[in-house]
Design a protein around this ligand. Structure first.
Ligand SMILES: Cc1cc2nc3c(=O)[nH]c(=O)nc-3n(C[C@H](O)[C@H](O)[C@H](O)COP(=O)(O)O)c2cc1C
Length: 251
C-alpha cells in the first residue's frame, strides 16, 4: 500500500504547491476521503464563509467524532454549542483569542474531571482526543475549525455557561465552512527527529529563549485576575500583545 507523507501525494484536494483548496469540499463534501488525505490536508482556519454550518451537520460531525478514544472508555464529554454573536463577542472582550471575532459558531468542550489520574490530566487528554477527531471529520465535509486554548479563567467560563462543578471547561473550538484556500503548513521535523528509541536523547536539542515564557505567564495571570469590566476596557490594548500562535522553530 502506498504511504503518503505530504499534501503533494494526496488526491482528495486541489493543491498548487503552496495552497490547499478545502473550499471545494463545501460544494462536494467527501466524508469517505482516505484517512491519510484527511490528515494531510486538514488545516486550522480562523475565518469562515458567512453561511452557518447547519446545526444538523454539526450534530452529525459530533456523532462521528464521539468515536474518539477516552480514558477508561468513559466518553464523558459535554459540549456547549454557541452561535450567539453576543456571547462570542463577550468571550473575546473578556480576553479570549481575537479570532473569535471572525467566528459565528463555536463549541466549548467540557469533560468530567472526576478522575483519580490527576497527574496525567486524563480528562484533558480525553477532551483533546475529541477535538482532534472533530477537526478531521469536519474537514472532510468542508467544515474548517480552530482549536482555541486562549480563554478566560475557568471559573468565569463556569459562571457564564452554568457548567456543573464536576465538569471542567477544556477548550473552545470555532468552526464554519471553509472559504477557499489555506496555506500548506509544512512539518517542522521528520519522524526520525522526534522518535527516540527507549530513552529520551537530550543531546543536540535547541530551545527558544524568545518565547519568554515566565514573563508571559505572569502577565497573563495578572491580566486574567483583573475583573471582566477592566479587561473589556483594556482589550484594544491587550490585542496588540496577543500572540496568535508561535512561529516555533526550536525544540
Ligand atoms: C492545544 C491547542 C491550543 C490552541 N490554541 C489556539 C489559540 O488560542 N488561538 C489560535 O489561533 N489557534 C490555536 N490553536 C491552533 C494552532 O495554532 C494550530 O493548530 C497550529 O497553528 C497549526 O496549524 P494546523 O492546525 O493547520 O496544523 C491551538 C491548537 C491546539 C492544539
Amino acid at each position: 500500500m502506498p504511504w503518503k507523507h505530504s499534501a503533494e501525494e494526496q488526491q482528495s484536494l486541489r493543491f498548487d504547491g503552496n495552497f490547499l483548496y478545502p473550499g471545494d469540499l463545501v460544494a462536494a463534501p467527501n466524508p469517505d476521503m482516505p484517512l491519510q488525505d484527511a490528515i494531510l490536508t486538514r488545516r486550522t482556519v480562523r475565518a469562515y464563509r458567512p453561511e452557518p454550518v447547519p446545526y444538523e451537520l454539526f450534530e452529525q460531525i459530533v456523532e462521528t467524532a464521539m468515536h474518539a478514544p477516552t480514558a477508561c472508555d468513559e466518553q464523558r464529554w459535554k459540549i456547549i454549542y454557541i452561535d450567539d454573536p453576543a456571547v462570542l463577542q463577550d468571550l473575546y472582550e473578556r480576553g479570549s483569542a481575537a479570532v473569535l471575532t471572525k467566528a459565528k459558531q463555536a463549541f466549548l468542550i467540557t469533560y468530567n474531571s472526576h478522575t483519580d489520574n490527576l497527574q496525567y490530566l486524563d480528562h484533558v487528554q480525553s477532551a483533546a482526543s475529541f477535538i482532534a477527531t472533530f477537526g478531521l471529520v469536519a474537514h472532510s465535509v468542508g467544515v474548517g475549525s480552530c482549536w482555541l486554548g486562549h480563554l478566560p479563567n475557568k471559573g468565569e467560563l463556569r459562571r457564564m455557561f452554568n457548567i456543573h462543578p464536576l465538569f471542567e471547561p477544556i477548550a473552545l473550538v470555532t468552526f464554519g465552512f471553509y472559504r477557499e484556500k489555506v496555506k500548506m503548513r509544512p512539518r517542522k521535523r521528520s519522524a526520525v527527529q522526534i522518535i527516540f528509541k527507549g530513552r529520551f536523547e537530550r543531546e543536540g536539542l535547541q530551545f527558544s529563549k524568545a518565547k519568554n515564557v515566565p514573563v508571559r505567564t505572569v502577565v497573563r495571570t495578572l491580566y486574567y485576575l483583573l475583573p471582566p469590566f477592566l479587561r473589556r476596557r483594556l482589550r484594544k490594548y491587550s490585542l496588540k500583545y496577543e500572540k496568535k500562535f508561535y512561529n516555533e522553530v526550536y525544540d
